[in-house]
Design a binder for this molecule. Structure first.
Ligand code: URA
Length: 242
């Protein structure tokens, strides 16, 4: 027996959080009866219906892609731009886990498991994400200290980050550094740099948790291995703020 919200999230219908909302709103039926109590346990052969749609029991799939720049992380784009799903097999309903910007490349997971997706991206799980930042300007010692202490803007706060500056080009007034954050808020890296008065020239996500894509060309992907899925889930559970 599993909790209803977990089963819904695992089916890929929506995130666990969204499933909880649907349950509380009385939009979920189990074997034909409205079930609006969070934590209700269901059996694998129970029939679950949300907003009138019967949940199909889908086998979960997990991929990691080296996202190329020049495509969006949505299933469809209003502007007709290429999406990451254009690089994938189309027989399964999968979606990108979180968003990398159009011009950002690197590690991107894709799955149909809503619970896995939530654990990889929700800031409360603090799964580390490492970026290679190519910056216009050269980070000053004081900026690095601020990044390590955590940043505060008018509307946002960012937790302490790890910074490793490995390349400076005084002539062209540029630098490159590794930045590891543990949240993953919208446009977080660019916003953090803007708070410090810099512009990001190029952004590549090198690592999520411990998973890298050095062996994949831009646009290539592979299945995550069972031990990788397990380890990523364990890392996110360890980092969870209760
Ligand atoms: N931070 C950003 O600003 N953009 C990304 O694509 C990822 C993290």
């Amino acid at each position: 027996m599993e909790r209803l919200q977990k089963v819904i999230a695992q089916s890929g219908y929506c995130s666990r959080r969204k499933a909880e909302e649907y349950i509380i709103q009385g939009k979920v039926k189990v074997n034909g009866k409205v079930t609006d109590i969070l934590g209700t346990k269901v059996h694998s052969n129970d029939t679950i219906e949300i907003n009138g749609t019967v949940l199909e029991k889908e086998e979960h799939v997990y991929y990691v892609m080296n996202k190329p720049k020049g495509c969006v992380c949505t299933s469809r784009d209003e502007l007709g731009r290429k999406t990451v799903l254009d690089y994938m097999p189309s027989e399964k309903r999968i979606y990108p886990v979180g968003r990398l910007d159009f011009d950002t490349s690197g590690v991107l997971f894709l799955t149909n498991d809503g619970d896995f997706a939530n654990k990889m991206i929700h800031p409360r799980y603090h799964l580390p994400k490492t970026y290679i930042v190519n910056l216009q300007g050269i980070l000053k010692d004081e900026d690095i200290k601020q990044l390590r202490r955590g940043l505060k803007g008018a509307h946002e706060k960012y937790l302490p980050a790890k910074v490793y500056l490995f390349d400076t080009d005084e002539g062209r007034d540029r630098c490159r550094f590794e930045l590891t954050i543990t949240e993953g808020k919208n446009h977080q890296v660019k916003n953090m740099m803007e708070l410090l008065g810099y512009k990001v020239r190029r952004l590549h996500r090198k690592k999520v948790g411990f998973v890298e894509v050095e062996d994949l060309k831009p646009g290539q992907y592979r299945r995550l291995k069972p031990y990788e899925i397990k380890k990523l889930m364990a890392m996110s559970m360890q980092g969870e703020t209760k």
